[in-house]
Design a protein around this ligand. Structure first.
Ligand SMILES: *Cc1c(COP(=O)(O)O)cnc(C)c1O
Length: 473
């Protein structure tokens, strides 16, 4: 597998380099130089595979020779040791439940796969690394669970003391072994500033510090697996002749980008719905053709409170000619310029992405594959209650938004289409919101309840000097 940087399209690296660096030299994201098509026979006989076998085939197709087959098989079995079941709400509507992993959110897929992949490369070279990550809540939990016991990897997670929920805190502080929770007296920004300072501190430059950033390509790859898995389960119901659409609750758009990659690999997805809360930057782009990042606004579906989605440039790249050496034709750019909504310097996105955004052709192609929807908190709360009454299914605030979009889309068309809404977290992770919506406290699954018994252990730090001392020990 080769990857290029979206910014200059000149830096070509292998998978190992891309996952340990995270970001390219110019600060842009890595993107595969090629998205190979998966064998037609595989999709035709998809129901004969298990989820893990299917994931292996998809990974093999994308990753190629960078990881030997037997190792790849093994690491997928370890990373994906939980299912992604479809829960059917009727003949042609289903929920793809992505919360059966250890932290009960879909970020487990990315974090666990990344941990296994990193461990594989580290063992091969007999290296060790120390991952430093700041969290405002959920990411840290998935990273801790994913990297727990991973050989060769130490993990230190900085979180703001008293500013994460009790369950979230337990998800960070009860692991032991290679996971240490650093309880910072301050807010999330302080945590993030400390991590940044550590990465640039010359006194620490001899340490093998690394990050587990959400834009890492290793977190994106496994998210394409479960789109295939949904088709496998549809085939088991003998409904594979129907068109299939996915509704994806989106913030940084990693999940949706992974779906687009699956489609590019040959998975016959008819359409994607990009479902957001009021942070509707992408739905607005899809409607008006103008990409206008804005400061994020807080909502009850807070994992989607993103005002400048980091994977947007990857999405656009997939439609901008799709291969890394395709630069926009001069003529096209001249003829079909859209008005630039903001000064380029404030965009904070790669120049090459800006160029693609000026081509009508790119917009038209993307509009054929994705429709955007956005909803307010009030609509989300009402939906959680309505869906519970109508389907006897309790959504979390993120999945509820996906279901709202699916419902709205289905009202406008009358063909037989299978609609699948992605449910990205278990509702019990959002007790207060669920109680506000339904008047009831959701049942706490065993996994989360067991955490309440476990003992919290953290290292308290106040200032950067203390972090530095800790890292040098
Ligand atoms: C991170 C997250 C999302 C958004 O996913 P993106 O890939 O960033 O679009 C949606 N729901 C939940 C529960 C999340 O944690």
């Amino acid at each position: 597998m080769k990857l290029y940087d979206i910014g200059t399209r000149k830096e070509i690296v292998n998978l190992e380099t891309a996952i340990f660096k995270g970001l390219a030299n110019d600060g842009s994201l890595y993107m595969p130089t090629e998205i190979p098509r998966i064998a037609k026979q595989l999709i035709a006989a998809i129901e004969h595979l298990s989820f893990q076998e299917l994931s292996y085939e998809v990974a093999k197709c994308l990753i190629g020779e960078d990881v030997p087959s037997s190792e790849l098989r093994h690491l997928i079995e370890k990373a994906l040791n939980f299912p992604a079941p479809l829960h059917w709400l009727g003949e042609d509507t289903a929920i793809l439940e992505l919360f059966h992993g250890p932290s009960m959110a879909f970020k487990d897929f990315g974090a666990r796969f990344m941990a296994q992949l990193m461990s594989y490369f580290l063992q091969k070279r007999n290296h060790q690394i120390h991952i430093l990550v700041a969290t405002s809540g959920d990411t840290g939990g998935a990273v801790a669970a994913g990297f727990h016991s991973a050989p060769g990897i130490l993990v230190s997670i900085l979180y703001p003391s008293g500013k994460v929920s009790p369950i979230q805190e337990k998800q960070l502080t009860t692991w032991g072994e290679n996971i240490t929770a650093l309880e910072v007296q301050g807010n999330f920004d302080d945590c993030q500033a400390m991590v940044k300072q550590a990465f640039t501190d010359p006194d620490l430059s001899h340490l093998p510090l690394s990050s587990a950033n959400s834009i890492n390509i290793a977190r994106l790859i496994p998210q394409s697996f479960y789109y295939f898995e949904a088709f496998r389960q549809i085939a088991l119901r003998k409904q594979q002749d129907k068109k299939v659409i996915f509704s994806v609750p989106s913030g940084n758009f990693g999940n949706l980008t992974a779906g687009l990659m699956a489609k590019k690999m040959g998975l016959p997805v008819h359409l994607f719905l990009a479902a957001t809360n009021i942070n509707r930057i992408v739905p607005d782009y899809l409607k008006r053709g103008i990409y206008q990042p804005a400061p994020s606004q807080p909502t009850i579906s807070n994992a989607m409170d993103v005002g400048n989605p980091s994977n947007f440039s990857r999405m656009i790249e997939l439609y901008g000619g799709s291969t890394w050496n395709t630069t926009p034709k001069e003529k096209d750019t001249e003829q079909q310029q859209l008005p630039l909504p903001l000064k380029c310097s404030t965009w904070n996105i790669a120049k090459s992405t800006q160029q693609l955004l000026q081509q009508q052709e790119v917009l038209h192609k993307i509009q054929k594959d994705i429709i955007g929807y956005s909803y307010t908190d009030q609509q989300t709360l009402e939906a959680i209650q309505t869906f519970q009454k109508k389907y006897h299914y309790l959504f979390d605030p993120h999945g509820a938004i996906a279901m709202l979009a699916l419902q709205e889309y289905k009202q406008t068309q009358h063909h037989h289409i299978i609609g699948i809404a992605l449910e990205t977290a278990h509702p019990a992770k959002f007790i207060e919101t669920i109680q506000r919506a339904t008047g009831e406290i959701p049942q706490i699954p065993k996994q989360l309840a067991a955490l309440q018994e476990k003992e919290k252990r953290s290292v308290k730090i106040k200032a950067y000097e203390e972090l530095k001392e800790y890292l040098l020990k």
